[in-house]
Design a protein around this ligand. Structure first.
Ligand SMILES: [Zn+2]
Length: 331
């Protein structure tokens, strides 16, 4: 995420001459010489048209498969620099004071994981992998399930801290992972939107998942009402780092192209307390609503309570497509 100081959008397109752009990446990540033009990451088509312009960034839609992506986008090396150093306590990109909301974040993971349990065949023991495990809250939930917890985290300092807590941590990008381990459960929470090589990453995940394993992902939903309402001020538009924006249609294509079938989809939210909600109102320039918010809190005695709020993301559970050979074996 960029600086928290909002600016008036100077874009001349029809829908944003009055809009306030809340996404203001720092100059460090607004250098066009460090960007690359790409074909559609989903279908490799070259043709696209612009849907949004946010500062220097163009968010485009593929003319063929309708996928929404940033083009041009930061070069891989620049993206890698973002994720390998101080990503979770950073005022310019990523998260600022990620650990302040530990309990809420952990509660999200507990819900997202428990919602997938009905689809998981019981193994003993279950090996579970969290891609982009950050401070390890999801790994803690794996431990609560009595699972063997593995994580991938590119931020070197965090990876080191997690290893000191006896978690099994890889600190290389997913597609460079070199392991013989297979996993019955893989989680990819708020990561897919960052991947530069979508198909390569999905192919790697397919190879890491056990044949009857379950993979769960959460990613911003371009088809959400929040995106349609807030347009370019949608809080999920962080085009320096969020370079892919999925809808149900395009996530189905990505899954199908890479040997997965989707077995559950629903809207995803996250747990918030009143302080978190108030901070979000301020951060996204709805400061004028704060007094109304305080009145509602007092009126309904909601101080200190948690709420599961729709945050415009997709929750998707995937399994491997059954091959003909497996189908014969099972039948
Ligand atoms: Zn496409």
């Amino acid at each position: 995420m960029g600086s928290t100081s909002p600016v008036i959008c100077r874009c001349t397109s029809y829908d944003c001459n009055k809009a306030i752009a809340v996404v203001t990446p720092s100059k460090r990540f607004m250098n066009l010489s460090k960007t690359e033009k790409i074909n559609c990451p989903l279908c490799a088509n070259k043709s696209y048209h612009q849907k949004h312009k946010i500062n220097i960034w163009r968010i485009v839609q593929c003319s063929n498969c309708k996928f929404i992506y940033v083009n041009p986008r930061l070069q891989k090396e620049e993206l890698y620099k973002i994720y390998t150093s101080n990503y979770f306590d950073n005022k310019e990109v990523g998260y600022y004071h990620y650990t302040e909301n530990r309990e809420l974040r952990k509660k999200n993971f507990q819900k997202w994981i428990s919602d997938a349990l009905p689809y998981l065949k019981q193994h003993t023991p279950i090996k579970a992998l969290d891609v982009g495990c950050a401070a390890g809250y999801c790994l803690e939930v794996f431990n609560e399930q009595q699972w063997k917890a593995y994580g991938i985290e590119l931020d070197k300092d965090l990876a080191l801290q997690l290893r000191r807590r006896d978690f099994r941590i890889f600190d290389t990008p997913l597609i460079q992972l070199n392991t013989a381990d297979k996993f019955a459960f893989i989680s990819i929470f708020d990561v897919l939107e960052h991947f530069t090589d979508l198909h390569e990453n999905m192919a790697t995940l397919h190879s890491l998942l056990e044949d009857d394993g379950v993979m769960v992902l959460v990613t911003p939903n371009y088809g959400s009402w929040q995106r349609k309402l807030f347009r370019k001020a949608w809080f999920q538009f962080k085009p320096a780092e969020h370079i892919n924006y999925f809808s149900m249609q395009t996530i189905k294509k990505l899954a199908g192209d890479n040997g997965f079938e989707i077995i559950c989809t629903k809207k995803s939210g996250q747990f918030c307390d009143t302080l978190f909600l108030e901070n979000r109102l301020k951060k996204y320039n709805f400061r004028f609503l704060v007094p109304v918010f305080h009145t509602v809190i007092e009126l309904f005695n909601l101080k200190g309570k948690n709420f599961y709020v729709d945050t415009a993301s997709l929750y998707v559970v995937l399994k491997k497509k059954r091959t003909d050979k497996q189908a014969v074996t099972i039948s």
